[in-house]
Design a protein around this ligand. Sequence first.
Ligand SMILES: Nc1ncnc2c1ncn2[C@@H]1O[C@H](COP(=O)(O)OP(=O)(O)OP(=O)(O)O)[C@@H](O)[C@H]1O
Ligand SMILES: [Mg+2]
Length: 233
Amino acid sequence: MSSAPGYFVSFEGGDGVGKTTHVRLLGEFLHEATGREVVVTREPGGTGLGTELRRLVMHGDDMDPRTEALLYAADRAHHVATVVRPALERGAVVVTDRYLDSSVAYQAGGRELSEEEVEALSLWATDDLLPDVTVLLDLDPQVGAARLSGEPDRLERAGDEFHRRTRETFLRRAAADPRRWVVVDASAGLDDVQAQVRVDVAARLDLTPVVQEAVTEPVAEPDEAGATGEARA
Ligand SMILES: Nc1ncnc2c1ncn2[C@@H]1O[C@H](COP(=O)(O)OP(=O)(O)OP(=O)(O)O)[C@@H](O)[C@H]1O
Ligand SMILES: [Mg+2]
């Protein structure tokens, strides 16, 4: 958990489970509910350097697992140093589409590196920054794949067995650390999934009273950069 005044939320899960959709919807909701600045971002690729790294790692040549793990870690280090930490220190809510657990699930759960070493690499890269809450959108990989259109990228092409192991790694990590994780069944309709995400994230961040108020009362227009500072219990 970060000691900064903001809140750090990550979304995890396989391809096509709805991460990008729910990151955006939760971000809008938390801004309205708390009046805080909300920074919606993603990995890989939440920065200029990250966009380059994302292109190399997702659409470039095949590469060995250590090279791949290091590129993701480099993206994460830069993202945390230049976007995530400064925002948390301003008191913002940061909602990221994938974070360290994706590296563990994809680079270790799916490939040959150990989970411990991939996690240690990311913790070193981020100077030990973990989310306050991590939402796992859990879905059968075949259902997720069917939701996606367009040409699959290098990781999406990796095969059923790879995606099954990846899902299992996410679920195992969530079960091992229930204080950080919430698991949401992503097979329901979009609105139902988002409603569940809101309830679970609000409860985890001690925002339930603020969020209930936002649901029952009209929300005043939040001011510029947001931070009222009242939301934190
Ligand atoms: N609960 C849902 N039910 C049905 N369709 C959904 C649901 N959630 C998202 N979708 C749709 O599935 C598609 C993939 O969603 P989205 O892009 O948010 O997933 P993602 O997890 O970000 O995928 P990727 O791994 O490719 O980044 C979109 O067309 C989205 O509208
Ligand atoms: Mg996405």
